[in-house]
Design a protein around this ligand. Structure first.
Ligand code: ADP
Length: 543
Protein backbone atom coordinates (compact mmCIF):
# COMPACT_ATOMS: atom_id res chain seq x y z
CA UNK A 1 0.00 0.00 0.00
CA UNK A 2 1.31 3.46 -0.82
CA UNK A 3 1.25 6.16 1.79
CA UNK A 4 -1.55 8.65 1.28
CA UNK A 5 0.48 11.80 1.76
CA UNK A 6 0.78 14.72 -0.61
CA UNK A 7 3.69 14.69 -2.99
CA UNK A 8 4.86 18.30 -2.61
CA UNK A 9 8.20 19.08 -4.26
CA UNK A 10 11.01 20.46 -2.09
CA UNK A 11 11.76 23.85 -3.63
CA UNK A 12 14.50 26.34 -2.72
CA UNK A 13 12.03 29.21 -3.28
CA UNK A 14 9.94 27.84 -0.41
CA UNK A 15 12.79 28.64 1.96
CA UNK A 16 12.93 32.35 1.31
CA UNK A 17 9.14 32.81 1.31
CA UNK A 18 8.81 30.78 4.51
CA UNK A 19 11.57 32.84 6.12
CA UNK A 20 10.06 36.18 5.08
CA UNK A 21 6.66 35.24 6.46
CA UNK A 22 7.85 33.74 9.73
CA UNK A 23 10.67 36.04 10.69
CA UNK A 24 9.57 39.41 9.28
CA UNK A 25 12.07 41.51 11.22
CA UNK A 26 15.09 39.21 11.12
CA UNK A 27 18.17 40.89 9.70
CA UNK A 28 20.73 40.12 7.03
CA UNK A 29 23.87 42.22 7.44
CA UNK A 30 26.61 42.39 4.80
CA UNK A 31 29.96 44.03 4.40
CA UNK A 32 29.75 45.11 0.76
CA UNK A 33 32.53 45.09 -1.81
CA UNK A 34 32.66 48.88 -1.27
CA UNK A 35 33.40 48.28 2.41
CA UNK A 36 30.22 49.66 4.04
CA UNK A 37 27.81 47.64 6.15
CA UNK A 38 24.45 47.02 4.50
CA UNK A 39 21.47 45.72 6.46
CA UNK A 40 17.94 44.71 5.59
CA UNK A 41 15.27 42.23 6.66
CA UNK A 42 14.20 38.81 5.38
CA UNK A 43 11.09 40.21 3.63
CA UNK A 44 13.24 42.73 1.78
CA UNK A 45 15.58 39.91 0.70
CA UNK A 46 12.57 37.93 -0.56
CA UNK A 47 11.15 40.95 -2.40
CA UNK A 48 14.43 41.73 -4.12
CA UNK A 49 14.93 38.05 -5.04
CA UNK A 50 11.53 38.10 -6.79
CA UNK A 51 12.52 41.33 -8.57
CA UNK A 52 15.80 39.71 -9.63
CA UNK A 53 13.97 36.64 -10.95
CA UNK A 54 11.93 38.99 -13.14
CA UNK A 55 15.09 40.80 -14.19
CA UNK A 56 16.63 37.47 -15.22
CA UNK A 57 13.52 36.71 -17.25
CA UNK A 58 13.80 40.13 -18.88
CA UNK A 59 17.38 39.25 -19.88
CA UNK A 60 15.96 36.15 -21.57
CA UNK A 61 17.16 33.63 -18.99
CA UNK A 62 15.39 30.30 -19.39
CA UNK A 63 15.03 27.34 -17.02
CA UNK A 64 18.27 25.31 -16.87
CA UNK A 65 20.42 28.25 -18.03
CA UNK A 66 23.60 28.55 -15.98
CA UNK A 67 24.09 31.81 -14.10
CA UNK A 68 27.72 32.17 -13.04
CA UNK A 69 28.79 34.17 -10.00
CA UNK A 70 32.22 35.42 -9.02
CA UNK A 71 31.41 37.15 -5.79
CA UNK A 72 31.94 37.63 -2.06
CA UNK A 73 29.50 36.64 0.65
CA UNK A 74 26.94 39.47 0.53
CA UNK A 75 23.19 40.02 0.34
CA UNK A 76 23.32 40.42 -3.43
CA UNK A 77 24.96 37.01 -3.79
CA UNK A 78 22.16 35.61 -1.60
CA UNK A 79 19.56 37.17 -3.90
CA UNK A 80 21.23 35.53 -6.92
CA UNK A 81 21.14 32.17 -5.11
CA UNK A 82 17.40 32.41 -4.58
CA UNK A 83 16.39 34.18 -7.80
CA UNK A 84 18.31 31.96 -10.22
CA UNK A 85 17.48 28.61 -8.59
CA UNK A 86 13.96 29.74 -7.74
CA UNK A 87 13.08 30.56 -11.33
CA UNK A 88 14.44 27.20 -12.51
CA UNK A 89 17.87 28.36 -13.69
CA UNK A 90 21.13 27.06 -12.17
CA UNK A 91 23.37 29.13 -9.93
CA UNK A 92 26.98 28.32 -10.76
CA UNK A 93 29.29 29.75 -8.09
CA UNK A 94 32.95 30.13 -9.01
CA UNK A 95 36.07 30.52 -6.94
CA UNK A 96 37.93 33.66 -8.06
CA UNK A 97 41.21 32.30 -6.72
CA UNK A 98 41.27 29.41 -9.17
CA UNK A 99 44.08 29.53 -11.71
CA UNK A 100 42.94 31.30 -14.92
CA UNK A 101 43.00 28.14 -17.04
CA UNK A 102 40.67 26.38 -14.60
CA UNK A 103 38.24 29.32 -14.49
CA UNK A 104 38.14 29.37 -18.27
CA UNK A 105 37.54 25.63 -18.29
CA UNK A 106 34.63 25.72 -15.85
CA UNK A 107 32.82 28.72 -17.42
CA UNK A 108 32.87 26.92 -20.76
CA UNK A 109 32.23 23.43 -19.41
CA UNK A 110 29.21 24.65 -17.42
CA UNK A 111 28.12 26.80 -20.41
CA UNK A 112 27.41 29.86 -18.28
CA UNK A 113 25.03 32.25 -20.05
CA UNK A 114 25.48 35.25 -17.76
CA UNK A 115 28.07 35.97 -15.10
CA UNK A 116 27.38 38.10 -12.02
CA UNK A 117 30.54 39.69 -10.67
CA UNK A 118 31.57 41.82 -7.70
CA UNK A 119 33.54 44.97 -8.62
CA UNK A 120 36.63 43.48 -6.96
CA UNK A 121 36.81 40.77 -9.62
CA UNK A 122 36.19 42.97 -12.67
CA UNK A 123 39.92 43.12 -13.52
CA UNK A 124 39.96 39.31 -13.52
CA UNK A 125 37.08 39.11 -16.00
CA UNK A 126 38.50 41.94 -18.12
CA UNK A 127 41.51 39.69 -18.68
CA UNK A 128 39.58 36.48 -19.30
CA UNK A 129 36.31 37.41 -21.03
CA UNK A 130 37.55 36.79 -24.57
CA UNK A 131 37.86 33.11 -23.61
CA UNK A 132 34.11 32.95 -22.82
CA UNK A 133 32.50 32.93 -26.29
CA UNK A 134 29.12 31.73 -24.99
CA UNK A 135 28.65 34.22 -22.17
CA UNK A 136 25.99 36.69 -23.26
CA UNK A 137 26.51 39.33 -20.61
CA UNK A 138 28.09 40.31 -17.32
CA UNK A 139 26.17 41.83 -14.42
CA UNK A 140 28.23 44.00 -12.07
CA UNK A 141 26.93 43.59 -8.54
CA UNK A 142 26.68 47.24 -7.53
CA UNK A 143 24.57 50.36 -8.02
CA UNK A 144 24.94 53.09 -10.62
CA UNK A 145 26.85 55.38 -8.28
CA UNK A 146 29.55 52.74 -7.78
CA UNK A 147 29.64 51.40 -11.35
CA UNK A 148 33.33 51.38 -12.30
CA UNK A 149 34.83 52.10 -15.71
CA UNK A 150 35.40 48.78 -17.38
CA UNK A 151 36.64 47.32 -20.64
CA UNK A 152 34.33 44.33 -20.12
CA UNK A 153 31.77 44.18 -22.96
CA UNK A 154 27.98 43.61 -22.63
CA UNK A 155 27.88 44.88 -19.07
CA UNK A 156 24.77 45.46 -16.93
CA UNK A 157 24.43 47.13 -13.55
CA UNK A 158 22.76 44.93 -10.91
CA UNK A 159 20.70 47.64 -9.23
CA UNK A 160 19.59 49.10 -12.56
CA UNK A 161 18.28 45.68 -13.62
CA UNK A 162 16.44 45.36 -10.33
CA UNK A 163 14.98 48.86 -10.43
CA UNK A 164 13.26 48.09 -13.73
CA UNK A 165 11.17 45.34 -12.09
CA UNK A 166 8.44 45.13 -9.48
CA UNK A 167 8.18 42.07 -7.24
CA UNK A 168 4.89 40.76 -8.58
CA UNK A 169 6.27 37.29 -9.24
CA UNK A 170 5.17 33.78 -8.30
CA UNK A 171 7.92 31.20 -8.01
CA UNK A 172 7.28 28.34 -10.40
CA UNK A 173 6.90 24.79 -9.08
CA UNK A 174 8.67 21.95 -10.84
CA UNK A 175 10.28 18.56 -10.23
CA UNK A 176 12.34 18.70 -7.04
CA UNK A 177 15.14 16.74 -8.72
CA UNK A 178 15.76 19.69 -11.07
CA UNK A 179 19.29 21.12 -10.88
CA UNK A 180 19.52 24.19 -8.65
CA UNK A 181 23.19 25.02 -8.43
CA UNK A 182 26.67 23.91 -9.43
CA UNK A 183 30.07 23.99 -7.84
CA UNK A 184 33.30 22.65 -9.34
CA UNK A 185 35.83 20.92 -7.13
CA UNK A 186 39.40 21.51 -8.08
CA UNK A 187 41.36 18.33 -7.91
CA UNK A 188 45.10 18.49 -7.53
CA UNK A 189 45.42 16.92 -10.95
CA UNK A 190 43.29 17.29 -14.04
CA UNK A 191 40.40 19.63 -14.68
CA UNK A 192 37.89 20.61 -11.98
CA UNK A 193 34.82 18.37 -11.73
CA UNK A 194 31.28 19.76 -11.69
CA UNK A 195 28.95 18.87 -8.82
CA UNK A 196 25.28 19.62 -9.59
CA UNK A 197 22.93 20.06 -6.62
CA UNK A 198 19.16 19.70 -6.91
CA UNK A 199 16.34 21.53 -5.15
CA UNK A 200 15.63 18.34 -3.25
CA UNK A 201 19.23 17.74 -2.13
CA UNK A 202 19.65 21.38 -1.13
CA UNK A 203 16.50 21.54 1.00
CA UNK A 204 17.21 18.12 2.54
CA UNK A 205 20.80 19.09 3.32
CA UNK A 206 19.57 22.25 5.07
CA UNK A 207 17.15 20.19 7.18
CA UNK A 208 19.90 17.67 7.91
CA UNK A 209 22.18 20.38 9.30
CA UNK A 210 19.36 21.71 11.44
CA UNK A 211 18.82 18.23 12.85
CA UNK A 212 22.29 18.05 14.45
CA UNK A 213 21.43 18.09 18.12
CA UNK A 214 24.63 19.75 19.32
CA UNK A 215 24.46 22.67 16.90
CA UNK A 216 21.38 24.66 17.90
CA UNK A 217 20.51 27.26 15.28
CA UNK A 218 17.41 29.36 15.70
CA UNK A 219 16.05 32.91 15.83
CA UNK A 220 18.49 33.81 18.59
CA UNK A 221 21.48 32.83 16.46
CA UNK A 222 23.60 35.26 14.52
CA UNK A 223 25.60 33.26 11.96
CA UNK A 224 28.73 34.43 10.22
CA UNK A 225 29.56 32.27 7.20
CA UNK A 226 33.25 32.98 6.63
CA UNK A 227 33.28 29.96 4.34
CA UNK A 228 32.72 31.51 0.92
CA UNK A 229 29.44 31.31 -0.95
CA UNK A 230 31.54 30.11 -3.91
CA UNK A 231 32.60 27.07 -1.87
CA UNK A 232 29.80 24.49 -1.61
CA UNK A 233 27.09 27.11 -1.09
CA UNK A 234 28.87 28.39 2.05
CA UNK A 235 28.23 24.93 3.54
CA UNK A 236 24.49 25.56 3.28
CA UNK A 237 24.34 28.54 5.67
CA UNK A 238 22.27 30.66 3.24
CA UNK A 239 19.61 27.92 3.23
CA UNK A 240 19.50 26.46 6.73
CA UNK A 241 20.11 29.89 8.29
CA UNK A 242 16.89 31.20 6.73
CA UNK A 243 14.85 28.11 7.64
CA UNK A 244 15.96 28.58 11.25
CA UNK A 245 15.26 32.32 11.21
CA UNK A 246 18.82 33.20 12.20
CA UNK A 247 20.44 36.57 11.64
CA UNK A 248 22.94 36.25 8.79
CA UNK A 249 26.16 38.25 8.85
CA UNK A 250 28.06 38.26 5.55
CA UNK A 251 31.71 39.34 5.77
CA UNK A 252 32.10 40.47 2.12
CA UNK A 253 35.72 40.89 1.11
CA UNK A 254 37.20 41.40 4.58
CA UNK A 255 38.33 38.07 5.97
CA UNK A 256 41.36 39.20 7.98
CA UNK A 257 41.49 38.76 11.77
CA UNK A 258 40.79 42.39 12.80
CA UNK A 259 37.83 42.79 10.38
CA UNK A 260 36.26 39.48 11.44
CA UNK A 261 36.70 40.31 15.13
CA UNK A 262 35.03 43.70 14.61
CA UNK A 263 32.12 42.12 12.74
CA UNK A 264 31.67 39.37 15.34
CA UNK A 265 31.51 41.86 18.22
CA UNK A 266 29.54 44.50 16.31
CA UNK A 267 26.83 42.15 15.07
CA UNK A 268 26.61 39.88 18.10
CA UNK A 269 27.71 36.84 16.12
CA UNK A 270 27.02 33.61 18.03
CA UNK A 271 28.06 31.05 15.39
CA UNK A 272 30.89 31.35 12.87
CA UNK A 273 31.58 28.78 10.15
CA UNK A 274 34.85 28.49 8.25
CA UNK A 275 38.10 26.71 7.41
CA UNK A 276 41.03 26.48 9.87
CA UNK A 277 43.11 29.06 7.99
CA UNK A 278 40.72 31.94 8.74
CA UNK A 279 40.58 31.01 12.42
CA UNK A 280 44.39 31.09 12.57
CA UNK A 281 44.19 34.75 11.51
CA UNK A 282 41.37 35.56 13.90
CA UNK A 283 42.91 33.84 16.92
CA UNK A 284 46.27 35.47 16.15
CA UNK A 285 44.61 38.87 16.21
CA UNK A 286 42.83 38.13 19.51
CA UNK A 287 46.14 37.03 21.04
CA UNK A 288 47.99 40.12 19.86
CA UNK A 289 45.34 42.54 21.10
CA UNK A 290 44.54 40.54 24.23
CA UNK A 291 40.83 40.71 23.34
CA UNK A 292 38.07 38.24 24.15
CA UNK A 293 34.87 37.35 22.32
CA UNK A 294 31.77 38.39 24.21
CA UNK A 295 29.02 36.98 21.99
CA UNK A 296 30.58 34.10 20.07
CA UNK A 297 29.43 30.70 21.30
CA UNK A 298 30.43 28.28 18.59
CA UNK A 299 32.67 27.91 15.57
CA UNK A 300 32.21 25.17 13.04
CA UNK A 301 35.58 24.24 11.57
CA UNK A 302 35.91 22.09 8.48
CA UNK A 303 37.45 21.80 5.05
CA UNK A 304 40.69 20.48 6.54
CA UNK A 305 41.59 19.00 9.89
CA UNK A 306 41.02 21.37 12.81
CA UNK A 307 44.20 21.26 14.90
CA UNK A 308 43.54 20.25 18.50
CA UNK A 309 45.53 23.31 19.61
CA UNK A 310 42.98 25.52 17.82
CA UNK A 311 40.00 23.75 19.37
CA UNK A 312 41.67 24.12 22.78
CA UNK A 313 42.47 27.80 22.31
CA UNK A 314 38.88 28.64 21.39
CA UNK A 315 37.61 26.90 24.49
CA UNK A 316 40.31 27.76 27.02
CA UNK A 317 40.87 31.41 26.08
CA UNK A 318 37.40 32.37 24.88
CA UNK A 319 34.89 29.83 26.18
CA UNK A 320 33.93 29.15 22.56
CA UNK A 321 32.95 25.63 21.53
CA UNK A 322 34.88 24.68 18.39
CA UNK A 323 33.11 21.90 16.52
CA UNK A 324 34.95 20.04 13.83
CA UNK A 325 32.94 19.09 10.76
CA UNK A 326 33.94 16.94 7.81
CA UNK A 327 32.49 16.95 4.36
CA UNK A 328 33.08 17.44 0.68
CA UNK A 329 31.76 19.53 -2.19
CA UNK A 330 30.32 16.22 -3.43
CA UNK A 331 28.33 15.88 -0.18
CA UNK A 332 26.68 19.33 -0.15
CA UNK A 333 29.00 19.29 2.01
CA UNK A 334 28.29 18.00 5.51
CA UNK A 335 28.99 14.37 6.46
CA UNK A 336 30.05 14.29 10.10
CA UNK A 337 30.44 16.60 13.10
CA UNK A 338 32.44 15.91 16.22
CA UNK A 339 30.40 16.56 19.31
CA UNK A 340 31.22 14.35 22.30
CA UNK A 341 28.37 12.25 23.65
CA UNK A 342 27.15 13.26 27.14
CA UNK A 343 29.05 10.36 28.72
CA UNK A 344 32.27 11.64 27.16
CA UNK A 345 32.06 15.12 28.66
CA UNK A 346 33.62 16.25 31.91
CA UNK A 347 37.27 15.49 31.31
CA UNK A 348 38.55 18.17 28.92
CA UNK A 349 41.63 16.23 27.77
CA UNK A 350 39.45 13.28 26.79
CA UNK A 351 36.92 15.58 25.20
CA UNK A 352 39.63 17.21 23.16
CA UNK A 353 40.62 13.79 21.81
CA UNK A 354 37.04 13.30 20.59
CA UNK A 355 36.76 16.83 19.24
CA UNK A 356 39.94 16.25 17.27
CA UNK A 357 38.19 13.48 15.34
CA UNK A 358 36.03 14.29 12.32
CA UNK A 359 32.96 13.01 14.12
CA UNK A 360 29.68 11.19 13.86
CA UNK A 361 27.29 11.06 10.93
CA UNK A 362 24.75 13.71 10.19
CA UNK A 363 21.33 12.11 9.53
CA UNK A 364 20.93 11.38 5.82
CA UNK A 365 24.51 10.23 5.25
CA UNK A 366 25.90 6.68 5.53
CA UNK A 367 29.57 5.71 5.55
CA UNK A 368 31.77 2.63 5.34
CA UNK A 369 35.51 1.98 5.35
CA UNK A 370 36.94 -0.69 3.08
CA UNK A 371 40.27 -2.43 2.53
CA UNK A 372 42.14 -2.43 -0.78
CA UNK A 373 39.83 -5.20 -2.07
CA UNK A 374 36.73 -3.19 -1.27
CA UNK A 375 35.86 -5.39 1.73
CA UNK A 376 34.23 -3.58 4.68
CA UNK A 377 36.48 -3.05 7.71
CA UNK A 378 35.34 -3.19 11.36
CA UNK A 379 34.44 -0.06 13.32
CA UNK A 380 37.08 -0.69 15.98
CA UNK A 381 38.82 2.68 15.90
CA UNK A 382 42.00 1.01 14.58
CA UNK A 383 41.29 -0.47 11.15
CA UNK A 384 42.15 2.07 8.47
CA UNK A 385 40.63 2.05 5.05
CA UNK A 386 39.18 4.18 2.31
CA UNK A 387 36.03 5.97 3.34
CA UNK A 388 32.95 5.70 1.10
CA UNK A 389 29.64 7.48 1.55
CA UNK A 390 26.11 7.59 0.23
CA UNK A 391 23.14 9.75 1.07
CA UNK A 392 20.38 12.08 -0.03
CA UNK A 393 22.73 14.97 -0.69
CA UNK A 394 25.72 13.06 -2.07
CA UNK A 395 26.64 13.22 -5.79
CA UNK A 396 25.53 10.41 -8.06
CA UNK A 397 27.87 11.58 -10.82
CA UNK A 398 29.90 14.57 -11.97
CA UNK A 399 28.50 16.83 -14.65
CA UNK A 400 29.40 15.66 -18.15
CA UNK A 401 32.49 13.78 -17.01
CA UNK A 402 32.34 10.02 -17.79
CA UNK A 403 36.03 9.60 -17.09
CA UNK A 404 35.79 10.87 -13.50
CA UNK A 405 32.51 9.01 -12.96
CA UNK A 406 34.08 5.71 -13.92
CA UNK A 407 36.45 6.02 -10.95
CA UNK A 408 34.29 7.75 -8.35
CA UNK A 409 31.91 4.97 -7.26
CA UNK A 410 32.19 1.36 -6.09
CA UNK A 411 30.13 -1.50 -7.52
CA UNK A 412 27.31 -0.78 -5.02
CA UNK A 413 27.16 2.88 -5.97
CA UNK A 414 28.90 4.32 -2.91
CA UNK A 415 30.98 7.44 -3.52
CA UNK A 416 34.72 7.16 -2.94
CA UNK A 417 35.83 10.10 -0.78
CA UNK A 418 39.57 9.63 -1.33
CA UNK A 419 40.01 9.90 2.45
CA UNK A 420 41.55 7.17 4.61
CA UNK A 421 39.88 6.87 7.98
CA UNK A 422 39.00 4.83 11.03
CA UNK A 423 35.57 4.54 12.67
CA UNK A 424 35.38 3.78 16.39
CA UNK A 425 32.68 1.74 18.15
CA UNK A 426 30.92 4.98 19.19
CA UNK A 427 30.55 5.92 15.53
CA UNK A 428 33.25 8.61 15.49
CA UNK A 429 35.13 8.74 12.23
CA UNK A 430 38.69 9.99 12.17
CA UNK A 431 40.45 10.98 8.99
CA UNK A 432 43.90 9.48 8.90
CA UNK A 433 44.85 11.20 5.69
CA UNK A 434 44.00 11.73 2.07
CA UNK A 435 44.71 8.52 0.16
CA UNK A 436 47.40 10.39 -1.72
CA UNK A 437 48.94 12.21 1.28
CA UNK A 438 49.44 9.30 3.63
CA UNK A 439 53.15 8.49 4.11
CA UNK A 440 54.04 4.90 3.32
CA UNK A 441 57.02 4.03 5.48
CA UNK A 442 58.26 0.45 5.29
CA UNK A 443 54.82 -0.93 4.55
CA UNK A 444 53.20 0.99 7.43
CA UNK A 445 51.19 4.17 7.15
CA UNK A 446 52.02 7.42 8.85
CA UNK A 447 49.30 10.05 8.99
CA UNK A 448 50.56 13.42 7.80
CA UNK A 449 47.54 15.01 9.49
CA UNK A 450 48.41 13.55 12.90
CA UNK A 451 51.98 14.74 12.62
CA UNK A 452 50.89 18.24 11.60
CA UNK A 453 48.45 18.31 14.48
CA UNK A 454 51.18 17.52 17.00
CA UNK A 455 53.78 19.82 15.46
CA UNK A 456 51.53 22.87 15.24
CA UNK A 457 50.91 22.59 18.98
CA UNK A 458 54.49 23.93 19.37
CA UNK A 459 53.97 27.50 20.56
CA UNK A 460 56.60 28.88 18.17
CA UNK A 461 55.24 27.25 15.02
CA UNK A 462 52.53 29.07 13.09
CA UNK A 463 51.76 26.44 10.47
CA UNK A 464 53.04 22.98 9.55
CA UNK A 465 52.87 20.55 6.67
CA UNK A 466 54.18 17.01 6.55
CA UNK A 467 54.87 15.19 3.31
CA UNK A 468 56.45 11.87 2.42
CA UNK A 469 59.87 12.12 0.80
CA UNK A 470 61.33 9.12 -0.98
CA UNK A 471 63.75 7.06 1.05
CA UNK A 472 65.86 4.12 -0.17
CA UNK A 473 65.27 1.88 2.79
CA UNK A 474 61.76 2.86 3.93
CA UNK A 475 60.23 3.88 0.57
CA UNK A 476 58.99 7.14 2.16
CA UNK A 477 59.79 9.07 5.31
CA UNK A 478 58.10 12.16 6.74
CA UNK A 479 59.52 15.65 6.20
CA UNK A 480 58.12 18.45 8.36
CA UNK A 481 57.88 21.81 6.64
CA UNK A 482 57.10 24.58 9.10
CA UNK A 483 56.47 28.31 9.31
CA UNK A 484 57.86 29.93 12.48
CA UNK A 485 55.80 32.39 14.53
CA UNK A 486 56.94 35.97 13.93
CA UNK A 487 60.20 36.70 15.75
CA UNK A 488 60.86 33.06 16.68
CA UNK A 489 64.23 31.36 16.16
CA UNK A 490 63.04 27.88 17.04
CA UNK A 491 65.37 25.22 15.62
CA UNK A 492 65.02 21.84 13.98
CA UNK A 493 66.32 20.17 17.16
CA UNK A 494 63.81 22.06 19.37
CA UNK A 495 60.95 20.87 17.20
CA UNK A 496 62.08 17.24 17.08
CA UNK A 497 62.59 17.26 20.83
CA UNK A 498 59.09 18.67 21.28
CA UNK A 499 57.64 15.85 19.17
CA UNK A 500 59.48 13.07 20.98
CA UNK A 501 57.12 11.28 23.31
CA UNK A 502 54.10 12.88 21.67
CA UNK A 503 54.17 10.49 18.74
CA UNK A 504 55.34 6.96 17.99
CA UNK A 505 59.11 6.93 17.66
CA UNK A 506 59.12 5.70 14.09
CA UNK A 507 56.82 8.58 13.09
CA UNK A 508 59.42 11.20 14.03
CA UNK A 509 60.08 13.32 10.92
CA UNK A 510 63.47 12.65 9.38
CA UNK A 511 64.01 16.37 8.95
CA UNK A 512 62.49 19.79 9.60
CA UNK A 513 62.63 22.59 7.04
CA UNK A 514 61.54 26.15 7.81
CA UNK A 515 59.85 28.25 5.15
CA UNK A 516 58.29 31.74 5.16
CA UNK A 517 55.01 30.56 3.76
CA UNK A 518 53.16 27.37 2.82
CA UNK A 519 51.25 27.11 -0.47
CA UNK A 520 47.44 27.26 -0.13
CA UNK A 521 44.89 26.37 -2.77
CA UNK A 522 41.86 28.33 -3.83
CA UNK A 523 39.84 27.22 -0.81
CA UNK A 524 42.60 27.79 1.71
CA UNK A 525 43.77 24.19 1.90
CA UNK A 526 47.43 23.25 2.04
CA UNK A 527 48.66 22.26 -1.38
CA UNK A 528 50.60 19.13 -0.58
CA UNK A 529 51.02 18.30 -4.26
CA UNK A 530 52.95 21.56 -4.70
CA UNK A 531 55.10 20.79 -1.67
CA UNK A 532 55.76 17.26 -2.89
CA UNK A 533 56.85 18.70 -6.19
CA UNK A 534 59.03 21.34 -4.54
CA UNK A 535 60.75 18.77 -2.30
CA UNK A 536 60.79 15.83 -4.69
CA UNK A 537 64.60 15.76 -4.85
CA UNK A 538 65.10 16.56 -1.20
CA UNK A 539 67.70 14.30 0.33
CA UNK A 540 66.93 13.36 3.90
CA UNK A 541 69.83 13.29 6.40
CA UNK A 542 68.78 9.74 7.30
CA UNK A 543 69.50 8.36 3.83
P1 ADP B 1 35.24 21.13 1.79
O1 ADP B 1 36.52 21.86 1.77
O2 ADP B 1 34.05 21.99 1.81
O3 ADP B 1 35.17 20.10 2.88
P2 ADP B 1 36.20 19.89 -0.62
O4 ADP B 1 35.42 19.07 -1.56
O5 ADP B 1 36.92 21.08 -1.14
O6 ADP B 1 35.13 20.32 0.45
O7 ADP B 1 37.25 18.99 0.14
C1 ADP B 1 36.88 17.78 0.72
C2 ADP B 1 38.05 17.15 1.40
O8 ADP B 1 38.57 18.03 2.41
C3 ADP B 1 37.70 15.91 2.17
O9 ADP B 1 37.65 14.78 1.35
C4 ADP B 1 38.81 15.83 3.19
O10 ADP B 1 39.99 15.28 2.67
C5 ADP B 1 39.08 17.28 3.49
N1 ADP B 1 38.39 17.65 4.72
C6 ADP B 1 37.24 18.31 4.86
N2 ADP B 1 36.94 18.50 6.15
C7 ADP B 1 37.94 17.94 6.87
C8 ADP B 1 38.22 17.78 8.27
N3 ADP B 1 37.43 18.26 9.22
N4 ADP B 1 39.34 17.12 8.60
C9 ADP B 1 40.18 16.63 7.68
N5 ADP B 1 39.97 16.75 6.37
C10 ADP B 1 38.87 17.39 5.95
Amino acid sequence: MRGLMMDRPLMISQIIEFAAMNFPDQEIVSRTAEGELHRYTYPEAAKRSRQLAKALQALGVQPEDRIGTIAWNTYRHLEIYYASSGMGAICHTMNPRLPADQLIYIVNHAKDRFIFVDTTFLPLLEKLHQHFPDVEGFVVMTDEAHMPETTLPRVHCYETLLKAQDDDYRWPEFDEHTASSMCYTSGTTGNPKGVVYSHRSTVLHAMMVLSISGVPINEDSSILPVVPMFHVNAWGVPYFGLIAGAKLVFPGPKLDGPSLAELIEGEGVTDAWGVPTVWLGLLGHMRQTGSKFTTLKRTLIGGSAAPRAMIAEFREKHGVEAIQGWGMTEMSPLGTVSIPRPSMRGNWDKELEIRGKQGRLVFGVEMKIVDSNGQPLPHDGRSQGELLVRGNAVVSGYYDNPEANAKAFDSEGWFRTGDVSTIDPDGFMEIVDRVKDVIKSGGEWISSIDLENEAVAHPELAECAVIGVSHKKWAERPLLIAVREQGSNVTREDVLKFLEGRIAKWWLPDDVVFVDELPHGATGKLQKAKLRDQFKDYSLPTE
